[in-house]
Design a protein around this ligand. Structure first.
Ligand code: MF3
Ligand code: CO
Length: 252
């Protein structure tokens, strides 16, 4: 069942999302050559605490995982798409880093992700990142009452095609707010006009995940998800609310 949120609850999710975007902004400034994933994680933890918030992923067990996740951020490098663990790995020139972060604030959840190039990155990486970013922007633009989840999936995969990259299958966006993952599931492919109709009060985490040359994912032993052919991947995510006056981004 999709739990619709009242305007008051959307304000509370927005308060959570504000903290999230502040922290994510600081992390993206810090993500430079030589910086370890773990230090980004530690920074996210302390900043969240300073805001009186909880890192939402810490101790959370995602679907398909055998154990709870014991870090505050997901830090996924290059071929790793999501759920990369923030190890001692130090960022290198040319890496593409995905930082995914979730915040629980006064019991309301928000979730967002960005992809950052480290130092000078390849044209292939730039194209991939641009594609994923544009897909999220386009998806948000059409996330209005009366459109459908199929429309969101359609525009995301259409944007991937436009850039000659692939939207990966098997990883999805989701409803959010009272918990980290709620109904509905949001696929990154779909047919125009198909699927559940968007309605005011829906709060969604929309998250295009693109790869250079495959739409298949594999789960690694650390339970992160990577591209099946080890090609590079990019991921952007925002938590948004469908309102009477259009789509409102809650994580910016
Ligand atoms: N943003 C991620 C998602 O929507 C959440 C990661 S859950 C974790 O799937 F616990 F594994 F970090
Ligand atoms: Co998410």
């Amino acid at each position: 069942m999709i739990k619709l949120k009242s305007p008051e609850d959307i304000e509370k999710i927005s308060a959570s999302g504000k903290i999230l975007s502040e922290v994510l902004g600081k992390l993206s400034e810090k993500a430079k050559i030589g910086v370890s994933l773990k230090s980004l994680n530690d920074m996210a933890y302390s900043l969240a605490k300073e805001f009186g918030a909880q890192p939402a992923f810490l101790g959370y067990r995602p679907e398909g995982a055998s154990r709870p996740y014991l870090a505050s951020i997901c830090a996924s490098v290059n071929n790793v798409i999501v759920h990369g663990f923030p190890t001692d790995y130090k960022l290198k020139e040319g890496d593409i880093l995905k930082i995914d972060f979730g915040v629980k604030y006064k019991n309301f959840y928000s979730d967002a992700a960005i992809t950052i190039g480290i130092g000078e990155i390849s044209e292939i990486s730039k194209n991939l990142i641009k594609a994923a970013k544009e897909a999220l922007d386009q998806a948000i633009k059409i996330s209005v009452s009366g459109n459908t989840l199929g429309d969101i999936g359609y525009i995301i995969s259409k944007t991937a095609k436009k850039y000659g990259v692939r939207a990966v299958k098997g990883l999805t966006g989701h409803g959010i707010g009272y918990t980290l993952h709620e109904e509905p599931i949001i696929h990154n492919f779909g047919e125009k006009g198909k699927g559940i109709k968007l309605k005011p009060g829906m709060v969604l985490a929309i998250e295009p995940m693109f790869a250079v040359s495959t739409d298949k994912v594999v789960q690694k032993t650390d339970e992160s998800w990577a591209t099946s052919d080890n090609s590079l991947s990019a991921h952007f995510e925002h938590t948004v609310a469908i309102t009477e006056d259009g789509c409102r981004i809650l994580t910016n």
